[in-house]
Design a protein around this ligand. Sequence first.
Ligand code: DSN
Length: 417
Amino acid sequence: MQALKETDPEIYELIRQEERYQVESVRLIPSENYVSRAVLEASGSVLTNKYSEGYPTRRYYEGQRYVDQLETMVIERAKTLFGAEHANVQPYSGSPANLAVYCALLKPGDKIMGMALPHGGHLSHGWNISVTGQFWKSVQYTVDRETRRLDYDAVREMALRERPQMIVAGATAYPRQIDFRIFGEIAKEVGALLLADIAHIAGLVVAGAHPSPFPYADVVTTTVHKTLRGPRGAMILCRKEFADRIDRSVFPGLQGGPHNHTTAAIGVALKEASTPAFKHYGHQIVRNARAMAEELMDRGFDLVSGGTDNHLILVDLTNKNVPGKKAARALEKAAIICNYNTVPYDPRKPFNPSGIRLGTPAVTSRGMGEEQMRQVAGWIDQVIRQVNDDAAIARIGEEVRSMCRGFPAPGIVLDGD
Ligand code: DSN
């Protein structure tokens, strides 16, 4: 980054510090990852210079001879990888992708039925402070109070009672597999469309480590920067019959020019995701999450739903008498990065909730395995036990950083290395 160093040493320095931070910490935020050098290069390419409103061969600008080839190739890769009839690779991120789907397929005043945010859903699934819960009517299903898992009978009852026009299946903090087949049946039964938001699990789906939402969902949205390990961006995959409405909703409905540098980087990530190595990676994410979950439970941690079968773990810290925010802050000081999170039926407020959310996509990208996951769970335990002891936490941080040095972070070459 010589040019950046000369032009803007302040920004250069912050990026260098962030690189070191990412290398020297155990990153357990389940929606984060390390992209490859190839993805970073495509993302930082001259494609950022281009405007190309419209779609391949139907643009409002000339000069698209390479951009058209590029976007067409990325669309084809997306369709092949997920087995979809149509793909739109232009949404800027996950929330705009979901908004584009609602704008395309719902009328004002129609009803969305999604998973409640405090139970693991996403803001854009119709939660009341999101425009998706304001422009459309919204009802929200929850997890069961006892099992803290989805109760599909209750979801069906709500759908029969509420008759939504769209059901959203997908989550950001749900540690169990989602049964898209049942969601598909419920949607059919009540005449609703099914939107599967697989942002968190797209990489697992591609790897065969989580059942696919196809052919049950009418539309599938996903970000590409989580388990799929691409740049920050999103895609909408759908049946042919919805293709025109979806495309028109993304552009010109909601967006202007696509971010072509992102499109290129998505293409690279999709190519990487089609390899046997990625398949192994997806399964290892789940094995790692299970190992960490088991070790945490052995140490007396209360995991929402009693464990995990995907990439994430939701820890309810009530029995440890440490609020989630305090825990997450202490862990950060020990070079373990996670986020505080509400747990279902949380008596505490979202800004200082009872839980923390942990995930294994990023650490798995570094080649860490079950042994390291158990070790990390042990450090988490030690930090929570000594949450007020800064010296002890600093000592744990040294151990964490030392372990990290043995696992190179993809895409990052530290200055001087
Ligand atoms: N904000 C993302 C997450 O962390 O799960 C979801 O969009």
